[in-house]
Design a protein around this ligand. Sequence first.
Ligand SMILES: [Zn+2]
Length: 321
Amino acid sequence: MKAIVVEEIGSFSITEMDIPVPGEAEVLIRVSVTGLCRTDLKIIRAGHRDLVLPRVPGEEVVGVITRTGPAVKRFEVGQRVYVYPGTSCGSCQQCGSGAENLCEGMKIMGFHRDGGFAEYVLAPEASVIPVPENVTDEEAVFSEPLSCCLNALELAGLSPGERIGIWGAGPAGTLLSRASAGLGAIPYSMEPDERRRALIRGFASPPVKGFDVVVVAVGSADAYREALGHLRPRGRVVIFSGLPRAAAELPVDFNRLHYYEQTLVGAYGCSFRHGGQALQMLSEGSIAVRDMISHRMSLWELGKALCLVEERAGMKILLYP
Ligand SMILES: [Zn+2]
């Protein structure tokens, strides 16, 4: 099969390799479509804390099972599935509290094991979720980024009727806005780019009284400073986007947090259950994603696709092997 392989940070190659054979409790999936996100640009160009080389990247995968390991019980050949990218130990404290994204032994597809930028990918049976019949492959592949949004909104304790301000209206910010609306909250998006603002279908300037929740979905220290300034008493700030290492230490007025009972909330990745929740929202129609697809490209044009991500020229880019 053909696959994209990153041997060293800064470059990738299109490589011919053997189709992998599923282990006891694994399934082999023929990749139908894979999503490209900013993280892929980051891991290929600059590396990532969790990346182990050499690696086939790709953590947003939908495909069809073509082979199952001998111990696989719940799946059969021909099933259409979404792959939750994480594999957790199931026994550490974080796994026990439903935060398996913070598992001490976390292994992530596309980082620790090979991902979906290939014709086939292996996944443990425990990480695979069937795609509901009325959800297309292209919609289902949004489940991974949507899951990360749902994790963030859950950690923020977002309630119906609350006002949420989202800084950045790229693919993540737009999904955050739509997921918030799907959960009954009132999203506002702060985005200087007019083309991107057109897709958010929400309010675009902060309410006078401020936000109950603010989420920063752009890697900018200025955005964090601005977002903090629009927080109401008892408000929560979600740290959804990481910052460049040199810009990661920001001054925060702790007295303001104290007197107004405001909370800083970190959010990174998602747990398995968010995958099911995302697919359910897509199936019920409480979130629409099709109009977010700006480019459909061959996986083998990855170099061109990465440039589009870098230039923020598109919205969601889907790749076909
Ligand atoms: Zn664990």
